[in-house]
Design a protein around this ligand. Sequence first.
Ligand SMILES: Cc1cc2nc3c(=O)[nH]c(=O)nc-3n(C[C@H](O)[C@H](O)[C@H](O)COP(=O)(O)O)c2cc1C
Length: 190
Amino acid sequence: MKILAIAGCRNKDGKTAQAMEALLQGVPREGNQTESVFLPERKIDRCHQCEDDGWGRCRTEGLCEIVDDFAGLVDKVKQADALAFSTPVYFGDLSESLRAFLDRLRRTCSHEVGKKGLIEKPAVGICVAGGGGSGAPHCTVSLEKVLGECGLDVVDMIPVRKQNLDLKKTLLRTTGQWLAAYADERSVSD
Ligand SMILES: Cc1cc2nc3c(=O)[nH]c(=O)nc-3n(C[C@H](O)[C@H](O)[C@H](O)COP(=O)(O)O)c2cc1C
């Protein structure tokens, strides 16, 4: 199984990265591969709303015409067996880098070509409120909505705040273990 983790944070030692790493640590090594992508390192522009009606080739062809790292990352997402999306909580919502990626992804999923390889793929969301600690539950609602619009099977959403990060790491490791087993089971029954 290949588990791909996509993080909307810049700090690779920060709380969001630690939470994501805990999930990946739970994935059994044997028979599984994991990879992490930090979105702020990638060039992912925001949607250009190409035509006057607000749509573009996303609607007619299931692809985005902006030339940047988006298409390569979408290929990685499609090749993975399970996904984990993590974000620091900003204003009770997703970080800008994750928002930019998912906003474009859900548009391409309005077309059959864009949807292919994403439908019913298991995905977990992790939202880490590292300031006062408020906003993580709201952020999970926002993340679940956009992941669902991409056609993914959102199997879990995990709100974390800095005060309970250590406790949640235990849960995240168990979730990583479960996610790999679930993706495996799913691929056998497909
Ligand atoms: C623009 C911005 C908005 C933020 N909004 C919130 C918030 O609503 N609630 C909260 O607890 N922390 C908030 N924070 C703090 C981030 O959640 C915190 O920096 C982040 O979880 C730390 O993540 P990192 O250690 O992965 O970098 C905000 C930080 C920034 C930069």
